[in-house]
Ligand binder design. Sequence first.
Ligand SMILES: Cc1cc2nc3c(=O)[nH]c(=O)nc-3n(C[C@H](O)[C@H](O)[C@H](O)COP(=O)(O)OP(=O)(O)OC[C@H]3O[C@@H](n4cnc5c(N)ncnc54)[C@H](O)[C@@H]3O)c2cc1C
Length: 483
Amino acid sequence: MNNLGTDVIVVGAGPTGLMLANELALAGVDVVVLERLTGRTGLSKALNLQPRTAEMLELRGLLDGAEERSFATVQDGHFAMIPVDYHGWDTRFPFQLGIPQAEVEAFLEERLAAQGTKVLRGAEVIDFVQDKDSATVRYRTDSGETRLSAKYLVGCDGARSVVRKGLDGDFPGVDGEGFGVVADVLFDKAPDGAQKQWRTMRNIGEPTGATTFKGLIPLGEPGLYRFIYGDRASRPADMRPTVTIDEVRQALLESYGDSAIVSEIRWVSRFSDAARQAAHYRDGRVLLAGDAAHIHFPAGGQGLNLGVQDAMNLGWKLAATVRGQAGDELLDTYEAERHPVGAQVLHNVAAQLGLTPRSHESRALRDLFADLTALPEVNRYLSGMVSGLGIRYPTYGTSHPALGSRLSDQDIATDAGPLRPSTLFHTGGFVLLTTTSAHIDTARTWSPHLTTQLVTALPWPATEAVLYRPDGYACWVAPTPPR
Ligand SMILES: Cc1cc2nc3c(=O)[nH]c(=O)nc-3n(C[C@H](O)[C@H](O)[C@H](O)COP(=O)(O)OP(=O)(O)OC[C@H]3O[C@@H](n4cnc5c(N)ncnc54)[C@H](O)[C@@H]3O)c2cc1C
């Protein structure tokens, strides 16, 4: 701690803010999470954890909590509603975990509380100022306005981020022209042909016209479905999130006829296909992560996953900076690494929208694209993109197949028997896997927060050691390859 109120203020207790706060708390950093809402909404919103997010949760021993609350294991992903298979990737999790966003938030908040950090609810950030040493937010609660200062402030406050707007930076992109609606619908009699369990993306969603689409995802509870519909080329004059129950009933009728019997519509929300990305993720002592930094149409199920992965990238860097173990230029690598990843997601979402069968020609293009998707290399490329498994961070000066790539978490051989490497990451530090103890001292000079493991072999030829960052990406190898 310091003479400020705290080390880091995180604004927003969505999945991004909660993941980041967990990472900071794990590293012993004092963190305050300010959340406008007085309680969790319980809204399902996002429904999936992609393979790379599952791997990251596993690095912190958090995946069990997600699995306990999940309602489905989905064997594939999709690109423009065309299924893509994850099995071409070297991962223990070649599937999506079906889990409502509310449940992800619940277990992350519980884990945060177990680390001694509570979310300050009913605290709405109004604005902030920063100078060279600190950032100070002004927030309001029922008892009035309060100011709180910290070394760093991170805006995880979603698409309409007050923090982003306060930075006055550019948020370039497009407003889009279409819309979508999601509704959680309980049926007494589900539409004919609707799957009862969510096991695959096949036939879950489909184009219904030149620009319109529909989909039904079973949510685990008997008769409960996520109904999705929309139009990629036009939108209602009133784009507020509120949608009338009559509008949803009418859309159900048009999509599935009158054979379905609706019992209850539990939650409805409208969203747009606007796509924007903050030009910068850092300005001095203020950073952005998750939807505060990027918004896009929820095609492919990527937004929550992108935010959680932003948090994993930023968490250890911010912790090392706050603890004085790294200069604050380390924080610039957050933008350098995560901005291109966010840009690629916006790009692939635009490509998915581009595969809308608007005309005879674009229908042919979509059919051809679906055929290409069946080719293993194409499938691997697309599935790597939507799952996050394909992310590789640039490294400088040397080339080695491990550098910049993720830990795939297959068992490694040690004298004591096979070891699951992810277990070494639970404390949130760097991890050195090495065949010789000679490299341990070298790695210690870079980070005191280091776990070392002697192994009998590494999966790359002529490689004696691999150092992994806390977020599971290889950042150093020995012997160091030539430049
Ligand atoms: C209909 C729909 C379906 C989706 N489906 C998927 C999917 O299947 N898969 C997927 O990966 N993604 C999906 N997404 C995207 C996903 O929901 C978002 O990307 C995710 O919520 C982003 O998390 P976040 O924590 O960055 O922001 P949010 O979840 O928006 O959280 C921001 C938090 O900040 C709080 N806040 C805002 N302003 C303030 C303030 N001034 N002061 C204090 N607190 C504040 C908010 O109350 C909120 O709790 C979907 C989105 C929509 C709309």
